[in-house]
Design a protein around this ligand. Sequence first.
Ligand code: KG4
Ligand code: ZN
Length: 343
Amino acid sequence: MPVLGIETSCDETGVAVYDGARGLLAHRLHSQIDTHARYGGVVPELASRDHIRKLAPLIREALTDAGISRHGLDGVAYTRGPGLAGALLVGAATARSLAYALDIPAAGIHHMEAHLLAPRLEADPPAFPFVALLVSGGHTMLVQVAGVGRYRLLGESVDDAAGEAFDKTAKLLGLGYPGGPAVEKAAREGDPKRFRFPRPMTDRPGLDFSFSGLKTHTLNTVQREGDDPQTRADVARAFQDAVIDTLAIKCRRALQATATPRLVIAGGVGANAALRERLAEVAEAHHARVFYPRPEFCTDNGAMVAYAGHLRLAAGESEPTAFDVAPRWDLESLSPPSGESRK
Ligand code: KG4
Ligand code: ZN
């Protein structure tokens, strides 16, 4: 049952074909980094226009790669939210029209559900239940995952998302956009001992995060110490160490609190190699295993949407032809795929 997946919630146009029996048949991605780089962040209207330009050709290419025609599709899945309204509408309108024309079902997918299920695309997938750390440009959350659609929010950021903090810090340091990879690269040359940034909200119990104070710390440090390349690298290192340490402390608490032996890391910040190393140590200390999607499926992509869509469509879930998008959407409001009973 091949399902077409479409991701257009932010600044990547992602398209993929996932088949229940044969797995991932194709995936294509167009990143808008070049479009937004000179503005230092995503410009929503430019994002929508670029999705309009790129989506149809990417769908054609993905179908060719998968070796099927559009008539071979059994369903279409698209990101319904959360995300930028205009960008979401491009994917939703395209997916719905295609499903209507082909007389096949369509399903609107929660972007964070897609992220947290992405490691299950890999050869050695995590079994349920697991704890998921979702760290992207828009979200930082710890979620207890009992099964598909069975999500309990353990904690989240009260202000900036982890990825957003990377992006803002990169901007302050003049490292360009997107910030995450740039800060990671600079941090490799940085001296870990020169500055120590705070680990926000780790001195009290709880699983919530706060990252907005770190950028003030970055700004103050740069203003005080100057912004020569070595200082920038040292600040990048201090910032990254603080974020990683904070995430590691909360993951440790979440594993303890839930007594779950599996930790899943998803979302763009999950591509950070230093974070991966650190969380591997945390998991080992708790006799837990850590699971990641491959780096290209950590950041936004169509494969995770096609996969989540396959799970929901195969269970018989689909929606009426009328559609909407959900720029803001509470993850805990989801239910298991229809057909499955809630245990
Ligand atoms: O999941 P994603 O592609 O898009 C959202 O849904 O937000 O995540 C993008 C975020 C950006 O903030 C980017 O700076 C961050 O992930 N990111 C990283 C790395 N690669 C991407 N942050 C830290 N280290 C990285 N290597
Ligand atoms: Zn994302």
